[in-house]
Write a new protein. Structure first.
Length: 247
């Protein structure tokens, strides 16, 4: 077969595979968008194919618009991270049923960083980042750097004051306000601090924003295991970058 015809045949086969993969994973309203992500980056296509069953299950269980947007956000974060060829990601490395982090991210073969992705609801946009952070602290495992990524719905990332919000929460813990923490799922202030010390960094990411308001990071100086600076900077750069098109 001539090289030109062979190349055309390969492109048609690839597009058929992309279309089948997108159709297999999800339907409208974001099937077309997913198909574009799959077509635009072979590394994401390989990731989606590898985790086809897991992603399909997540989509099947997303029975309301917010849950569907949660899955979309996870997949978009994976798509953006994989655009950096130095980044490797593992999907739900602790298993889906154990409530662990969404990804383990490795940059240039360094230490793996746990990355938990959450999408604050509209009420959190008014109340600030404290509630979603407290909710997700309970999912952070010990023994590894942990990053919590808040995919905020509106505004620039810089408008979310993580440092200020956590200062207020720590003041409540220092004052031994046990009721505040037990009402939020902790055994008490000691349990809160044990979980808080597992947190290495919080990344605020605003997909609707424009540069330089897309992403910012707060690092926990009290964290037991610091997040490698190069890995954190790579994550921020990936989140702030455009979606690539073409192979």
């Amino acid at each position: 077969m001539p090289a030109r015809a062979r190349g055309r045949s390969q492109r048609l086969t690839r597009m058929a595979t992309i279309g089948q993969l997108a159709a297999d994973l999800t339907a409208q309203p974001f099937g077309d968008e997913l198909a574009e992500w799959l077509a635009g980056l072979p590394r994401f296509r390989a990731f989606a194919d590898l985790h086809r069953d897991k992603i399909r299950k997540k989509l099947r269980l997303a029975t309301n618009p917010d849950a569907l947007l949660d899955v979309r956000t996870e997949l978009l974060v994976a798509r953006l991270l994989l655009a950096d060829r130095h980044v490797e990601i593992a999907f739900e490395p602790g298993g889906a049923t154990r409530g662990g982090p969404d990804f383990a991210v490795t940059y240039r073969g360094g230490r793996a960083v746990n990355l938990e992705v959450t999408r604050p609801r509209r009420t959190d946009a008014l109340a600030g980042p404290a509630r979603p952070i407290l909710v997700k602290l309970r999912q952070l495992p010990p023994g590894a750097p942990n990053v919590l990524l808040l995919a905020v719905p509106t505004g620039a990332a810089v408008t979310w004051d993580v440092a200020g919000a956590l200062r207020k929460v720590r003041a409540l813990a220092d004052a031994k306000d046990e009721r505040f923490f037990t009402s939020r799922g902790f055994a008490g202030t000691r349990d809160f601090y044990d979980r808080f010390l597992r947190l290495g960094a919080v990344v605020i990411w605003s997909e609707p924003a424009t540069a330089p308001g897309l992403a910012q990071a707060w690092t926990n100086g009290s964290g037991r295991i610091p997040v490698p600076d190069r890995a954190l900077r790579a994550c921020l750069a990936a989140l702030a970058g455009p979606l690539l098109t073409g192979d």
